[in-house]
Ligand binder design. Structure first.
Ligand SMILES: Cc1ncc(COP(=O)(O)O)c(C=O)c1O
Length: 513
């Protein structure tokens, strides 16, 4: 994502007595740790240098003295920078051809580099560089996700964080977790965030901390991922399903008919990163004196009216499973709440029922977000708004360009919601889904189905005695949904490649009729 060269101002402090001091810090000013520094100087007049590309190396180039012109080429574009002051630098991302010219006699060019010297990282031949560049921009296949690119971009910084945590030798319930909990609570606009081992545990802990158990009923959307239901069943309560809106979120119109004397809470999911209609849900809950929780496991940063998902109810669960909008490097989760009682009980529940070590007040379990995950998530969190914006930008390409296809249905979002497109779902006619998916595969396009069997028809729910036909909207979603590639690290070209393939399939289909 960060592949555009950029001129930066280097933080400079000046005093009358002692001149100027300029500072470059990896974490604050660069997107990479500095592994190597070299400088170019004593250049004879009119000598040009460079004439090579780097595949992975990232650099920050500063003329600490004199003047030089830096020309860069990559991703089909050219850039030129005049470097003539020690408080200016150019960030050169990986994969650019570079040439330096117009050196003044006194030029000293300092290069801060992200890696050690590695001959294999160089491309010396310009034609070879063009082939490398074209290979990156020519799309021949599109993976469902592009998570490896995030890792490539931040590889060195993530490794640095990992090393720091290893060195600290405090691996569970330490300062890294505390810091992340503070940051994520602030991000969602809640008072408390409590890290857990995963999203399912966060849901279960919320229910237990709210005294929901055997004999109680919790209303859940029939569209969605099984974890929401499993959490209710794991605390011994009964999930009561209501049919969903076409895109899987709970249909508020169906809720009141499902309320009984045993109902304790409503637990909507913000499925695919699209906020559920919380105002309607909350007003029904208020009328019947019920708690409201959110399954926000797919909705990090999604907004509904004036609030952020995670702050729209009594408590919310998040997952940091690697593919999530804020995904870690293993399992992880948390709950957010502004309810002190839920927060305090949840803190005990996640750690053997103890608020003070070895003093076990309640029957808890072991479900904690470890220091390594917390530290890595803390590093990633500031990028989440940018990634979500990119998801929205790519989703709008789909929404605009696929709307001409009469046979498919595209997700509908209310103006008062800002989704985060954890998934970009479309619905295709159910008798064409297999052929459509085969077409994507033949065109080397990844896809997913969320989810092929509606929850009420899953074998693990058979004791609830639902049957086919009970929730027609959820069943239709299960039969027709296809998730198209969407990742903040996908390029516009890649999404356009998918769009072209989708259009081609349906043009061919309509030609058959
Ligand atoms: C809607 C929803 N709820 C709950 C979960 C459970 O999260 P985890 O996998 O971290 O347990 C997920 C994760 O896939 C999810 O998508």
């Amino acid at each position: 994502m960060n592949n555009i060269p950029k001129l930066i101002d280097i933080e400079t402090h000046r005093t009358e007595q002692s001149g100027s001091l300029s500072v470059i810090q990896s974490n604050t000013h660069l997107n990479f740790p500095i592994r190597r520094v070299y400088y170019i100087h004593s250049i004879e007049d009119d000598k040009a240098r460079g004439f090579h590309g780097h595949k992975k190396l990232q650099q920050c180039i500063v003329a600490t003295s004199g003047h030089v012109t830096l020309s860069l080429e990559g991703y089909g574009k050219t850039y030129s920078f005049e470097l003539d002051a020690p408080n200016k630098g150019v960030l050169v991302p990986a994969g650019y051809w570079r040439e330096m010219s117009n050196f003044s006699n006194d030029a000293v060019l300092m290069v801060l580099a992200s890696d050690d010297y590695e001959p294999k990282d160089y491309i010396h031949d310009k034609q070879e560089f063009y082939a490398f560049d074209a290979n990156r921009t020519n799309v021949e296949k599109v993976g469902y996700l592009a998570m490896h690119r995030r890792y490539e971009e931040f590889r060195l910084q993530l490794q640095q964080v990992t090393e720091e945590v290893l060195d600290e030798t405090s691996y569970i319930m330490g300062p890294r977790l505390e810091k992340f909990e503070e940051s994520f609570a602030e991000f969602t606009g809640t008072k408390y965030c409590i890290g857990t081992g995963n999203g399912l545990d966060a849901l279960e802990i919320i229910l237990r901390a709210s005294d929901i158990g055997a004999g109680d009923e919790v209303i859940v959307s029939a569209g969605g991922f099984i974890a929401t239901l499993l959490a209710v069943m794991r605390v011994g309560a009964t999930p009561v399903l209501v049919d969903c809106t076409p895109w899987g979120n709970i249909n508020p119109v169906k809720i009141e008919a499902a309320i009984t004397n045993h109902t304790k809470a409503i637990l909507p999911t913000h499925l695919y990163g699209i906020p559920a209609e919380m105002d309607e849900v909350r007003s029904i809950a208020q009328k019947h004196n019920l708690l409201v929780f959110e399954d926000a496991c797919q909705a990090h940063g999604a907004e509904y009216k004036d609030g952020t998902c995670g702050a729209l109810s009594d408590a919310a669960a998040f997952s940091f499973y690697p593919t999530k909008n804020l995904g870690g490097f293993g399992d992880g989760g948390c709950l957010t709440t502004s309810n002190e009682k839920i927060a305090q009980t949840a803190k005990k529940l996640r750690s053997y029922g103890a608020a003070i070590k070895y003093h076990h007040e309640i029957v808890g379990f072991n479900s904690r977000l470890d220091e390594m995950q917390a530290a890595l998530l803390q590093f990633l969190l500031p990028y989440l708004p940018e990634w979500n914006a990119k998801r929205r930008e790519l989703a709008s390409l789909y929404l605009n360009q696929l709307s001409v296809i009469e046979e498919i249905e595209l997700p509908v979002v209310h103006d008062h919601s800002t989704p985060v497109w954890h998934v970009f779902p479309i619905m295709v006619p159910k008798d064409k889904r297999d052929a459509f998916c085969n077409h994507l595969t033949k065109n080397h396009i990844g896809y997913n189905i969320h989810y092929p069997l509606a929850m009420h028809l899953q074998p693990c729910c058979s004791h609830l005695q639902y049957k086919a036909g009970d929730f027609p909207v959820a069943e239709k979603l299960a039969a027709c949904e296809v998730s198209l590639p969407l990742d903040p690290y996908h390029t516009t070209e890649e999404i356009n490649f998918v769009i072209k393939a989708v259009l081609a399939f349906f043009e061919h289909e309509s030609a058959k009729n």
